[in-house]
Design a protein around this ligand. Structure first.
Ligand code: ZN
Length: 79
């Protein structure tokens, strides 16, 4: 581990998380604002093989989870 995840306010900043873990979530999925600011929040956790990113956007107040699935199972419609 090369850096601290704690911001001055005691939370984890998106910039700090990306610096340490390389999180791919950098912008709000709703409004596109950067999540790197001191009020932005990105927290990564795992469910099975899926990477999940719990995010807070200080611009549009969106609280969401972005999931990078290890596997997606779907069907192909008939042609
Ligand atoms: Zn937003």
């Amino acid at each position: 581990m090369t850096g601290s995840l704690n911001s001055a306010s005691g939370g984890t900043t998106a910039a700090a998380a990306r610096a340490v873990f390389g999180t791919p979530v950098r912008y709000c999925p709703s409004c596109g604002a950067s999540l790197d600011g001191p009020a932005g929040f990105v927290h990564e956790y795992w469910v099975g093989g899926d990477r999940q990113f719990h995010c807070w956007c200080p611009e549009c107040y969106l609280l969401c989870t972005v999931v990078l699935s290890q596997l997606v199972t779907s069907h192909e419609p008939e042609h």
